[in-house]
Design a protein around this ligand. Structure first.
Ligand SMILES: Nc1nc2c(ncn2[C@@H]2O[C@H](COP(=O)(O)OP(=O)(O)OP(=O)(O)O)[C@@H](O)[C@H]2O)c(=O)[nH]1
Length: 484
């Protein structure tokens, strides 16, 4: 934004009196108006970008390989066809949302989201799309994107759900799950995660049926630099875990992570064994490890385990594979239990907390543009924009309008953040942004020192030296800086 000293006259009335300096001052205020319009145009460009296909989506269409590699890729593409059907539509109506809603429904079912979840989801977004709480100033297709985004976040639990730690003594994290879902790998990944939090940890080899599982845990433990407690294959899992907990207490270890045996499918002996371990060590967390590739089946498993043994959450593994997203979207809604972590690769660092909002953004493929729209929605009112445009065109843009516009922009965050969110504005240097912020604050402080009348009629300051001196004094500036 270009620098200027305070510009105190704008109207055609000022121009009619026609001293050369008043005309110059009028031109400077117009320049502010132009800046406001340019900023508005940049906002609109970002809003338009919302419904343009994301680079990721373009890539997906161009390459079958990328489709397979990118989680949620198919779902994202399916949803895009819903937004595209609303292009050129002025308002969302029962009639014009019917087809996009069908697309959304189909995309979710193809992603293997469970049918009752899809039904509830679709009914909720239809209701919201037609509801009164739509925010004006954003196009109908963009409104639908926002509604779907918010609903996805809701569906997957709303908030990130971190590990809970015991108030005293070692935290016990008991892992359960079917065979081959990635339990042993998750044990080591959790140990790695805990280490990063600065917590000491002990891994417990309680899968006594598969000797290779103990070896695997020992190797992974070495890899992450965490000790492994094992009693071989002869002892009972509940006894091993109890002894491991005693050892952790003796050594002041913060947490133990217990690897248990999996089965090909749910069976009574597995459940009994888990119940026994649970009874003996009273774990802080009982986490069910599920394979994301099993889609909605994962959600059903979480429900069953929760009913049978009582769990605190789920860990989804193999999200780097050809998962279609059904598990991630169904688990919380079906079972009532949150997804706490997701595993997305075989390396120890491929484990992260599950963030519903990040996942929703990833599904929609909209990234920062979506957050920009959210911010813009908060502050930009369509009527204000039209009103502003009219004022500028009729040369009645006064200091109140200027202040309102700059405050609207300020509500969206620091100028560097706002500029960073606008596509194509990345060439503005931090020094230029700092300079613009300084100059804006400079002008605002002078406007704040004006009376309501002076703000509306800048020519009053043009006519009166006393007024200029007062504004200069009250805003801590010199008369020179306030000069016309
Ligand atoms: N691509 C990918 N592979 C994974 C992930 N997590 C685990 N694996 C792999 O899945 C396979 C099975 O993992 P394990 O940790 O042995 O599974 P488990 O549940 O302990 O298996 P059982 O001990 O037989 O019950 C291994 O080859 C892991 O490397 C993941 O997030 N992504």
């Amino acid at each position: 934004m270009e620098a200027t000293a305070l510009t105190l006259s704008s109207s055609s009335a000022a121009a009619r009196r026609s001293p050369a300096k008043e005309i110059a001052a009028s031109l400077r205020l117009r320049r502010f108006a132009v800046h406001a319009v340019q900023l508005r145009a940049a906002q609109s460009a970002a809003l338009r970008a919302l419904s343009a296909p994301s680079p990721g989506a373009r890539k997906r269409r161009g390459s079958g390989l990328v489709v397979r590699a990118e989680m949620f890729g198919q779902l994202t593409t399916g949803l895009e066809s819903a937004w595209n059907k609303l292009r050129g539509v002025d308002v969302l109506t029962k009639e014009n949302i019917a087809e996009p809603i069908r697309d959304i429904r189909r995309a979710l079912l193809e992603a293997d989201v469970s049918l009752p979840v899809v039904r509830r989801f679709v009914s909720s977004i239809s209701e919201k799309a037609l509801g009164a709480d739509l925010i004006r100033g954003v196009r109908p297709d963009q409104q639908l994107v926002k509604i779907v985004h918010d609903e996805l976040v809701q569906l997957t639990g709303g908030e990130v759900c971190d590990l809970v730690f015991a108030k005293s003594g070692p935290t016990v994290i008991l892992l359960a799950g079917l065979q081959g879902v990635g339990k042993t790998t998750i044990c080591a990944k959790l140990a790695f995660y805990l280490k990063k939090l600065g917590k000491s940890c002990l891994l417990v080899a309680a899968d006594v049926y598969r000797p290779a599982a103990i070896d695997q845990l020992t190797i992974l433990g070495e890899q992450v630099g965490v000790p492994v407690y094992s009693e071989g294959t002869e002892a009972k899992p509940a006894q091993i875990t109890k002894n491991a907990l005693e050892e952790a207490k003796r050594k002041n270890i913060d947490a133990i992570v217990v690897d248990t045996a999996g089965r090909l499918q749910i069976d009574k002996s597995m459940m009994d064994e888990l119940k026994e371990v649970k009874k003996v060590v009273n774990p802080t967390e009982v986490l069910l490890v599920v394979d994301a590739m099993t889609g909605q089946e994962a959600a059903a498993l979480v429900t069953t385990f929760n009913i049978e043994i009582g769990i605190t959450g789920a860990i989804l593994t193999k999200l780097d594979g050809d998962s279609r997203g059904g598990a991630a979207l169904s688990v919380k809604e079906v079972s009532g239990k949150p997804i706490k972590f997701v595993g997305h690769g075989e390396r120890m660092e491929d484990l992260e907390l599950f963030y519903p909002d990040r996942m929703a953004q990833r599904v929609l493929g909209m990234g920062d543009v979506l957050s920009f729209v959210e911010k813009a929605q908060e502050v930009v009112r369509q009527e204000d924009a039209v009103e502003l445009q009219k004022k500028i065109l009729s040369a009645k843009f006064d200091f109140n309008d200027f202040l309102k516009q700059s405050q609207n922009v300020a509500k969206m965050g620091s100028m560097s953040r706002v500029i960073g969110m606008i596509p194509g504005m990345n060439k503005v240097t931090p020094a230029q942004i700092r300079e613009a912020e300084k100059k804006l604050a400079f002008v605002e402080s002078m406007i704040n020192a004006m009376t309501a009348e002076e703000r509306e009629k800048p020519e009053l300051l043009a006519e009166s030296r006393e007024r200029r001196i007062r504004v200069a004094e009250e805003s801590g500036k010199t008369e020179q800086e306030v000069q016309l």
